[in-house]
Design a protein around this ligand. Structure first.
Ligand SMILES: Cc1cc2nc3c(=O)[nH]c(=O)nc-3n(C[C@H](O)[C@H](O)[C@H](O)COP(=O)(O)O)c2cc1C
Length: 176
């Protein structure tokens, strides 16, 4: 197999990563990305994955979005990877779900690949560090006040999907 083109490399890497537990690979991959960004490759990664087109940017709620493609809640539950996800080109990142108190979530394994469907089933059980820790992490982030990287979702444990019980606060509110 020729390894010259990115799709071939991806297929090979994918086959290797699929040997291991899906959740472990998620954390491994994000730690690798973090290492690369901190080791001086952030600009190269950004240049490879970010699309700069004036037509894609938007002003909404007094915030500037570089592009309209965001990452849904559930991937970066604890706001640990904001810088890395920005480097991958996301216009915004929705963190969480964050519950009022930290919780461990369901027993592992709790993330399952469905390769034929190119899909995942997750039964994570809302594992997260809790609102105090996550809010403090966000405060310590060196964020430009004009860049809307995150929206923090608070859901009560008992009414996880109740829209009435959920509050949404933007990064801007947390910074006050
Ligand atoms: C308030 C809210 C909180 C969410 N929290 C999580 C979460 O913690 N884990 C998760 O896997 N998906 C979570 N989701 C669902 C995903 O963000 C996303 O909506 C879902 O994967 C469906 O994606 P799709 O709309 O692109 O099909 C949440 C969605 C909402 C609206």
């Amino acid at each position: 197999m020729a390894l010259s083109s990115p799709p071939d490399m991806y297929q090979l890497l994918r086959q290797f990563l699929f040997i291991f537990d899906a959740e472990a690979v998620h954390h491994f991959a994000m730690h690798c990305l973090q290492f690369l960004c901190r080791a001086g490759f952030r600009k190269i990664i950004t240049a490879r994955f970010s699309i700069r087109q004036a037509g894609l940017s938007k002003e909404l709620f007094g915030l500037h979005f570089k592009n309209p493609v965001g990452l849904a809640a559930g991937f970066d539950k604890n706001a640990r990877w904001l810088d890395e996800l920005e480097a991958l080109g996301f216009g915004f990142v929705e963190i969480g779900t964050v519950t009022p108190k930290p919780q461990a979530g369901n027993d592992k394994p709790r993330l399952f690949r469905l390769p034929q469907d190119k899909a995942l089933i997750n039964r994570m059980g809302f594992n997260n560090d809790g609102v105090k820790v996550v809010a403090e992490r966000l405060r310590q982030e060196n964020l430009s006040p004009r860049v809307p990287r995150t929206a923090l979702r608070f859901c009560s444990r008992e009414k996880r999907f109740s829209r009435q019980s959920g509050k949404v606060r933007t990064m801007m509110e947390l910074r006050k």
